[in-house]
Design a protein around this ligand. Sequence first.
Ligand SMILES: [Zn+2]
Length: 301
Amino acid sequence: MADTTSSTTTVKPAIAGAPSAEPVPPAEIGVIGGSGFYAFLDDVTELTVDTPYGRPSDSLFLGELDGRRVAFLPRHGRDHRTPPHRINYRANLWALRSVGVRQVLGPCAVGGLQQEYGPGTLLVPDQLVDRTKSRTQTFFDGEPQPGTGAVPNVVHMTFAEPYCPVGRSLAVTAARGRGWEPVDGGTMVVVEGPRFSTRAESRWHAAQGWSVVGMTGHPEAVLARELGLCYTSLSLVTDLDAGAETGEGVSHEEVLRVFGENVGRLREVLFDLVTTLPKTEDRDCLCVRAHDGWDLGIELP
Ligand SMILES: [Zn+2]
């Protein structure tokens, strides 16, 4: 199914507080940066975007990389002020789609659940387990859409493959190209947070054979799917989760330290990946077909 987004469309509103600013061209690829990852490109236009679901975590930062238009969004806000369970995931994905984004890359910090996935491991998961508790995880909740009043229909999105197979494959290739052999596949279990796991929880997660544990991968992935967006997670292991350690367990300082040591090469991998992703109109994956057979009842931006 061809995407009809025109490459000549401009994005409104322009920069908040600067009504005379020139409209900027739309983006096609979104990058949602996690803990320790608060900027992507240098030459960017900052856009404040409102959505029917409220404000996203921060402004969108639009820029260009080798002819590809990219919108960056710091998942927790640029000051890391929003904890995982308070992130407005619906607003984040909606905002990205509203500026033209159709493919989303979600780098994030995770804990390794298996001994072989130590700090510095890059894992490109192919499966997800949701253990969150309090998060709105659908646009199709039967309630009138805030702002528009449109009532979404009941929609059951296919989610057997939670990640874009094309994006995953290209992410693995991009990492290898930078000499960073990634783990190709694996299961991310997403917990509610903001606390880290107990040792018992961590041992249980590991015993299931799951690979890594994070706090933001859900509902980000499913909301992307509901909007017909490709979503690829690049999970950087910053610690061996509580149960795999013999010390006092993971600390936030340790997470940020290891992420900081690796954020440079993670950014390089993302640079390469952005340039190899298919053009919006050339996408041919299950994500594009997510809405086939469904009458959504709401209009997507
Ligand atoms: Zn896809």
